[in-house]
Design a protein around this ligand. Structure first.
Ligand code: 13P
Length: 340
Protein backbone atom coordinates (compact mmCIF):
# COMPACT_ATOMS: atom_id res chain seq x y z
CA UNK A 1 0.00 0.00 0.00
CA UNK A 2 1.27 3.45 -0.90
CA UNK A 3 -0.14 5.61 1.90
CA UNK A 4 0.80 8.90 0.28
CA UNK A 5 -0.95 7.95 -2.95
CA UNK A 6 -4.16 7.18 -1.02
CA UNK A 7 -3.93 10.48 0.82
CA UNK A 8 -3.35 12.34 -2.45
CA UNK A 9 -6.44 10.72 -3.98
CA UNK A 10 -8.64 11.62 -1.02
CA UNK A 11 -7.38 15.20 -1.16
CA UNK A 12 -8.15 15.40 -4.86
CA UNK A 13 -11.67 14.08 -4.29
CA UNK A 14 -12.58 16.74 -1.73
CA UNK A 15 -10.61 19.71 -3.11
CA UNK A 16 -12.16 22.95 -4.34
CA UNK A 17 -15.63 22.32 -2.89
CA UNK A 18 -16.21 19.62 -5.48
CA UNK A 19 -18.03 16.39 -4.71
CA UNK A 20 -18.76 12.95 -6.07
CA UNK A 21 -21.36 11.82 -8.55
CA UNK A 22 -22.72 8.37 -7.75
CA UNK A 23 -23.73 6.80 -11.08
CA UNK A 24 -23.21 3.24 -9.92
CA UNK A 25 -26.79 1.96 -9.87
CA UNK A 26 -26.82 -1.79 -10.35
CA UNK A 27 -28.60 -2.99 -13.51
CA UNK A 28 -31.62 -3.86 -11.37
CA UNK A 29 -31.81 -0.40 -9.78
CA UNK A 30 -31.09 1.42 -13.04
CA UNK A 31 -33.78 -0.62 -14.80
CA UNK A 32 -36.24 0.20 -12.03
CA UNK A 33 -35.60 3.94 -12.48
CA UNK A 34 -35.95 3.59 -16.27
CA UNK A 35 -39.15 1.53 -15.92
CA UNK A 36 -40.75 4.22 -13.75
CA UNK A 37 -40.37 6.62 -16.70
CA UNK A 38 -41.15 4.12 -19.48
CA UNK A 39 -37.55 4.06 -20.75
CA UNK A 40 -36.53 0.70 -22.32
CA UNK A 41 -34.39 -1.32 -19.93
CA UNK A 42 -31.38 -2.83 -21.67
CA UNK A 43 -27.62 -2.57 -21.87
CA UNK A 44 -27.73 -0.08 -24.70
CA UNK A 45 -30.07 2.39 -22.97
CA UNK A 46 -28.01 2.15 -19.79
CA UNK A 47 -24.88 2.86 -21.85
CA UNK A 48 -26.50 5.81 -23.63
CA UNK A 49 -27.67 7.24 -20.32
CA UNK A 50 -24.23 7.00 -18.77
CA UNK A 51 -22.66 8.50 -21.91
CA UNK A 52 -25.07 11.45 -21.58
CA UNK A 53 -23.85 11.95 -18.01
CA UNK A 54 -20.10 11.70 -18.55
CA UNK A 55 -20.10 13.95 -21.64
CA UNK A 56 -21.92 16.78 -19.86
CA UNK A 57 -19.94 19.92 -20.73
CA UNK A 58 -18.22 21.41 -17.68
CA UNK A 59 -19.19 18.57 -15.32
CA UNK A 60 -15.64 18.49 -13.95
CA UNK A 61 -16.10 22.02 -12.58
CA UNK A 62 -18.24 20.58 -9.77
CA UNK A 63 -17.59 16.84 -9.80
CA UNK A 64 -14.23 15.47 -8.65
CA UNK A 65 -15.02 11.76 -8.92
CA UNK A 66 -17.65 9.52 -10.50
CA UNK A 67 -18.63 6.15 -9.05
CA UNK A 68 -19.33 3.61 -11.79
CA UNK A 69 -21.00 0.22 -11.89
CA UNK A 70 -19.16 -2.85 -13.22
CA UNK A 71 -21.11 -2.78 -16.50
CA UNK A 72 -20.25 0.90 -17.13
CA UNK A 73 -16.52 0.69 -16.41
CA UNK A 74 -16.31 -1.92 -19.20
CA UNK A 75 -18.35 0.10 -21.71
CA UNK A 76 -17.45 2.53 -24.46
CA UNK A 77 -19.11 5.65 -25.75
CA UNK A 78 -20.93 5.29 -29.05
CA UNK A 79 -17.80 6.49 -30.88
CA UNK A 80 -15.73 3.73 -29.26
CA UNK A 81 -13.98 5.85 -26.60
CA UNK A 82 -13.78 3.91 -23.33
CA UNK A 83 -16.11 5.39 -20.72
CA UNK A 84 -13.20 5.59 -18.25
CA UNK A 85 -11.19 7.69 -20.72
CA UNK A 86 -14.14 10.04 -21.27
CA UNK A 87 -14.37 10.53 -17.51
CA UNK A 88 -10.66 11.19 -17.08
CA UNK A 89 -10.67 13.57 -20.06
CA UNK A 90 -13.37 15.54 -18.22
CA UNK A 91 -10.98 15.94 -15.27
CA UNK A 92 -12.98 13.48 -13.14
CA UNK A 93 -11.47 10.61 -11.16
CA UNK A 94 -13.09 7.22 -11.91
CA UNK A 95 -14.33 5.09 -9.02
CA UNK A 96 -16.17 1.78 -8.83
CA UNK A 97 -18.89 0.20 -6.72
CA UNK A 98 -17.52 -3.13 -5.51
CA UNK A 99 -20.14 -4.58 -3.17
CA UNK A 100 -22.54 -7.09 -4.62
CA UNK A 101 -25.64 -5.76 -2.95
CA UNK A 102 -27.58 -5.93 0.32
CA UNK A 103 -29.14 -9.35 1.00
CA UNK A 104 -31.41 -10.58 3.79
CA UNK A 105 -29.40 -11.18 6.99
CA UNK A 106 -30.12 -14.67 8.28
CA UNK A 107 -31.85 -14.72 11.65
CA UNK A 108 -32.66 -11.00 11.43
CA UNK A 109 -36.05 -10.41 9.80
CA UNK A 110 -36.24 -7.05 8.01
CA UNK A 111 -32.47 -6.47 8.08
CA UNK A 112 -29.76 -6.64 5.41
CA UNK A 113 -26.12 -7.57 5.12
CA UNK A 114 -24.03 -6.32 2.21
CA UNK A 115 -22.20 -9.09 0.37
CA UNK A 116 -19.14 -9.13 -1.87
CA UNK A 117 -16.03 -9.88 0.21
CA UNK A 118 -15.27 -13.25 -1.40
CA UNK A 119 -12.82 -12.78 -4.27
CA UNK A 120 -12.74 -9.02 -3.64
CA UNK A 121 -8.92 -8.76 -3.69
CA UNK A 122 -8.81 -10.04 -7.30
CA UNK A 123 -11.68 -7.85 -8.42
CA UNK A 124 -10.05 -4.76 -6.90
CA UNK A 125 -6.82 -5.46 -8.73
CA UNK A 126 -8.73 -5.75 -12.00
CA UNK A 127 -10.47 -2.41 -11.40
CA UNK A 128 -7.12 -0.76 -10.65
CA UNK A 129 -5.87 -2.01 -14.04
CA UNK A 130 -8.97 -0.45 -15.63
CA UNK A 131 -8.14 2.96 -14.13
CA UNK A 132 -10.24 3.12 -10.95
CA UNK A 133 -8.71 5.18 -8.13
CA UNK A 134 -11.37 4.71 -5.48
CA UNK A 135 -14.18 2.31 -4.59
CA UNK A 136 -17.54 2.22 -2.84
CA UNK A 137 -19.33 -0.26 -0.56
CA UNK A 138 -22.80 0.50 0.80
CA UNK A 139 -24.19 -1.01 3.99
CA UNK A 140 -27.90 -0.58 4.67
CA UNK A 141 -29.38 -0.09 8.14
CA UNK A 142 -33.15 -0.01 8.55
CA UNK A 143 -34.96 1.69 11.43
CA UNK A 144 -38.13 -0.13 12.48
CA UNK A 145 -39.85 -1.95 15.28
CA UNK A 146 -36.98 -3.37 17.37
CA UNK A 147 -34.40 -2.77 14.64
CA UNK A 148 -31.61 -2.17 13.88
CA UNK A 149 -30.18 -5.04 15.91
CA UNK A 150 -26.65 -5.27 17.25
CA UNK A 151 -26.12 -8.30 15.01
CA UNK A 152 -26.95 -6.34 11.88
CA UNK A 153 -24.89 -3.28 12.80
CA UNK A 154 -21.84 -5.34 13.78
CA UNK A 155 -21.96 -7.58 10.70
CA UNK A 156 -22.18 -4.60 8.37
CA UNK A 157 -19.50 -2.60 10.20
CA UNK A 158 -17.18 -5.61 10.02
CA UNK A 159 -17.77 -6.06 6.28
CA UNK A 160 -17.19 -2.34 5.62
CA UNK A 161 -13.88 -2.49 7.47
CA UNK A 162 -12.72 -5.68 5.69
CA UNK A 163 -13.60 -4.05 2.36
CA UNK A 164 -11.79 -0.81 3.30
CA UNK A 165 -8.62 -2.66 4.28
CA UNK A 166 -8.62 -4.60 1.00
CA UNK A 167 -9.11 -1.38 -0.97
CA UNK A 168 -6.16 0.32 0.69
CA UNK A 169 -3.99 -2.75 0.08
CA UNK A 170 -4.87 -2.46 -3.63
CA UNK A 171 -4.20 1.31 -3.71
CA UNK A 172 -7.88 2.33 -3.92
CA UNK A 173 -9.44 4.90 -1.60
CA UNK A 174 -12.45 3.25 0.05
CA UNK A 175 -15.68 5.20 0.25
CA UNK A 176 -17.18 3.80 3.45
CA UNK A 177 -20.96 4.04 3.21
CA UNK A 178 -23.11 3.00 6.15
CA UNK A 179 -26.59 4.21 5.14
CA UNK A 180 -29.28 4.55 7.79
CA UNK A 181 -32.39 4.59 5.60
CA UNK A 182 -34.90 7.43 5.80
CA UNK A 183 -37.90 5.15 5.13
CA UNK A 184 -40.37 5.05 8.01
CA UNK A 185 -42.08 7.34 10.49
CA UNK A 186 -39.24 7.53 13.03
CA UNK A 187 -38.18 10.88 14.46
CA UNK A 188 -35.01 12.82 13.73
CA UNK A 189 -33.93 11.99 17.29
CA UNK A 190 -34.21 8.26 16.54
CA UNK A 191 -32.18 8.67 13.33
CA UNK A 192 -29.56 10.57 15.35
CA UNK A 193 -29.31 7.76 17.93
CA UNK A 194 -29.02 5.03 15.30
CA UNK A 195 -26.55 6.99 13.15
CA UNK A 196 -24.35 7.64 16.18
CA UNK A 197 -24.37 3.98 17.15
CA UNK A 198 -23.62 2.82 13.60
CA UNK A 199 -20.76 5.29 13.09
CA UNK A 200 -19.20 4.32 16.42
CA UNK A 201 -19.28 0.64 15.41
CA UNK A 202 -17.92 1.40 11.94
CA UNK A 203 -14.95 3.41 13.23
CA UNK A 204 -14.27 0.78 15.86
CA UNK A 205 -14.08 -1.88 13.14
CA UNK A 206 -12.00 0.32 10.83
CA UNK A 207 -9.49 0.64 13.66
CA UNK A 208 -9.56 -3.09 14.39
CA UNK A 209 -8.93 -3.90 10.71
CA UNK A 210 -6.03 -1.39 10.56
CA UNK A 211 -7.58 0.93 8.03
CA UNK A 212 -5.68 4.19 7.60
CA UNK A 213 -8.27 6.86 8.33
CA UNK A 214 -6.35 9.53 6.37
CA UNK A 215 -7.03 7.46 3.24
CA UNK A 216 -10.81 6.96 3.38
CA UNK A 217 -13.90 9.02 2.66
CA UNK A 218 -16.97 8.49 4.82
CA UNK A 219 -20.31 8.49 3.01
CA UNK A 220 -23.03 8.74 5.64
CA UNK A 221 -26.70 9.64 5.64
CA UNK A 222 -27.75 13.04 6.90
CA UNK A 223 -29.59 12.90 10.23
CA UNK A 224 -33.20 13.24 9.12
CA UNK A 225 -36.71 12.53 10.34
CA UNK A 226 -38.26 9.48 8.64
CA UNK A 227 -40.02 10.24 5.35
CA UNK A 228 -43.46 9.72 6.90
CA UNK A 229 -42.71 11.24 10.31
CA UNK A 230 -45.31 13.96 10.97
CA UNK A 231 -42.65 16.29 12.36
CA UNK A 232 -40.21 17.42 9.66
CA UNK A 233 -37.46 19.60 11.12
CA UNK A 234 -36.15 22.71 9.39
CA UNK A 235 -33.10 22.75 7.15
CA UNK A 236 -30.99 24.31 9.92
CA UNK A 237 -32.19 21.79 12.53
CA UNK A 238 -31.20 18.93 10.23
CA UNK A 239 -27.81 20.57 9.65
CA UNK A 240 -27.20 20.95 13.38
CA UNK A 241 -28.27 17.40 14.24
CA UNK A 242 -26.13 15.93 11.46
CA UNK A 243 -22.97 17.86 12.30
CA UNK A 244 -23.35 17.18 16.02
CA UNK A 245 -23.44 13.43 15.44
CA UNK A 246 -20.49 13.56 13.04
CA UNK A 247 -18.41 15.63 15.48
CA UNK A 248 -18.98 12.99 18.15
CA UNK A 249 -18.13 10.01 16.01
CA UNK A 250 -15.81 10.79 13.07
CA UNK A 251 -12.10 11.19 13.89
CA UNK A 252 -10.41 14.37 12.67
CA UNK A 253 -7.95 12.26 10.65
CA UNK A 254 -10.70 11.50 8.12
CA UNK A 255 -10.22 14.02 5.28
CA UNK A 256 -13.72 14.11 3.91
CA UNK A 257 -17.35 13.27 4.50
CA UNK A 258 -19.49 13.01 1.37
CA UNK A 259 -23.19 12.54 2.01
CA UNK A 260 -25.56 10.25 0.16
CA UNK A 261 -28.91 11.85 -0.69
CA UNK A 262 -31.05 8.83 0.24
CA UNK A 263 -34.26 9.93 -1.48
CA UNK A 264 -34.31 13.61 -0.49
CA UNK A 265 -35.25 16.03 -3.26
CA UNK A 266 -32.33 17.65 -5.03
CA UNK A 267 -33.16 21.07 -3.64
CA UNK A 268 -33.50 19.92 -0.03
CA UNK A 269 -30.27 17.94 -0.21
CA UNK A 270 -28.45 21.07 -1.48
CA UNK A 271 -30.07 23.32 1.13
CA UNK A 272 -29.18 21.01 4.02
CA UNK A 273 -25.57 20.55 2.88
CA UNK A 274 -25.30 24.31 2.43
CA UNK A 275 -26.61 24.99 5.92
CA UNK A 276 -24.03 22.64 7.44
CA UNK A 277 -21.24 24.48 5.67
CA UNK A 278 -22.61 27.94 6.40
CA UNK A 279 -23.00 27.19 10.10
CA UNK A 280 -19.97 25.00 10.79
CA UNK A 281 -17.39 24.99 7.98
CA UNK A 282 -14.74 27.05 9.79
CA UNK A 283 -14.90 24.73 12.82
CA UNK A 284 -14.85 21.33 11.10
CA UNK A 285 -11.80 19.06 10.82
CA UNK A 286 -13.07 17.38 7.62
CA UNK A 287 -14.54 18.60 4.34
CA UNK A 288 -18.33 18.19 4.16
CA UNK A 289 -19.37 17.49 0.59
CA UNK A 290 -21.72 15.34 -1.48
CA UNK A 291 -21.77 11.96 -3.16
CA UNK A 292 -25.30 12.06 -4.51
CA UNK A 293 -26.97 9.85 -7.08
CA UNK A 294 -30.67 10.71 -7.21
CA UNK A 295 -30.28 14.28 -5.92
CA UNK A 296 -28.02 15.05 -8.90
CA UNK A 297 -29.36 12.75 -11.59
CA UNK A 298 -33.13 12.70 -11.23
CA UNK A 299 -34.11 15.88 -13.14
CA UNK A 300 -31.68 14.97 -15.95
CA UNK A 301 -33.03 11.42 -16.16
CA UNK A 302 -36.58 12.70 -16.44
CA UNK A 303 -35.64 15.13 -19.23
CA UNK A 304 -33.46 12.63 -21.13
CA UNK A 305 -36.16 9.97 -21.13
CA UNK A 306 -34.18 7.74 -23.47
CA UNK A 307 -34.24 10.28 -26.33
CA UNK A 308 -31.06 11.36 -28.17
CA UNK A 309 -32.68 14.68 -28.97
CA UNK A 310 -33.04 15.50 -25.26
CA UNK A 311 -29.37 14.96 -24.39
CA UNK A 312 -28.32 18.58 -24.38
CA UNK A 313 -31.24 19.72 -22.21
CA UNK A 314 -30.68 16.83 -19.80
CA UNK A 315 -27.00 17.71 -19.53
CA UNK A 316 -27.87 21.29 -18.61
CA UNK A 317 -30.08 19.98 -15.77
CA UNK A 318 -27.30 17.68 -14.58
CA UNK A 319 -24.74 20.47 -14.72
CA UNK A 320 -27.09 22.71 -12.75
CA UNK A 321 -27.61 20.24 -9.88
CA UNK A 322 -23.89 19.52 -9.72
CA UNK A 323 -23.15 23.27 -9.62
CA UNK A 324 -25.76 23.83 -6.89
CA UNK A 325 -24.09 21.16 -4.78
CA UNK A 326 -20.64 22.60 -5.31
CA UNK A 327 -22.04 25.92 -4.12
CA UNK A 328 -23.57 24.15 -1.10
CA UNK A 329 -20.20 22.63 -0.23
CA UNK A 330 -18.80 26.15 -0.22
CA UNK A 331 -21.74 27.44 1.84
CA UNK A 332 -22.75 29.62 -1.11
CA UNK A 333 -25.97 27.97 -2.27
CA UNK A 334 -29.30 29.78 -2.16
CA UNK A 335 -32.70 28.85 -3.51
CA UNK A 336 -32.46 31.74 -5.99
CA UNK A 337 -29.99 29.57 -7.93
CA UNK A 338 -32.88 27.23 -8.73
CA UNK A 339 -34.68 29.90 -10.72
CA UNK A 340 -31.90 30.58 -13.25
P1 13P B 1 -28.47 8.50 -3.41
O1 13P B 1 -27.78 9.83 -3.39
O2 13P B 1 -29.51 8.37 -4.48
O3 13P B 1 -28.93 8.05 -2.05
O4 13P B 1 -27.37 7.44 -3.83
C1 13P B 1 -26.13 7.52 -3.26
C2 13P B 1 -25.49 6.20 -3.35
O5 13P B 1 -24.46 6.06 -3.92
C3 13P B 1 -26.14 5.07 -2.70
O6 13P B 1 -25.23 4.03 -2.57
Amino acid sequence: MNAQELINTTKMLVAGNKGLLAMDESNTTCNKRFAALGIPQNENTRRAYREMIVTTPGLGESISGAILYDETIRQQKKDGTPMVKAIMDAGIVPGIKVDSGAKDLAGHPGEKITEGLDGLRDRLNEYVQMGARFAKWRAVITIGNGIPSKGCIDANAHALARYAALCQEAGLVPIVEPEVLMDGDHTLQKCAEVTELVLRRVFNQLYTQRVMLEGIILKPNMVLPGLTCPKQESVDEVADATVNILLRTVPAAVPGIAFLSGGQSGELASARLNSMNVRFKSRLPWALTFSFARAIQQPALEIWHGEDTHVSKAQKALYHRAACNRAATGGEYNTGMEKT
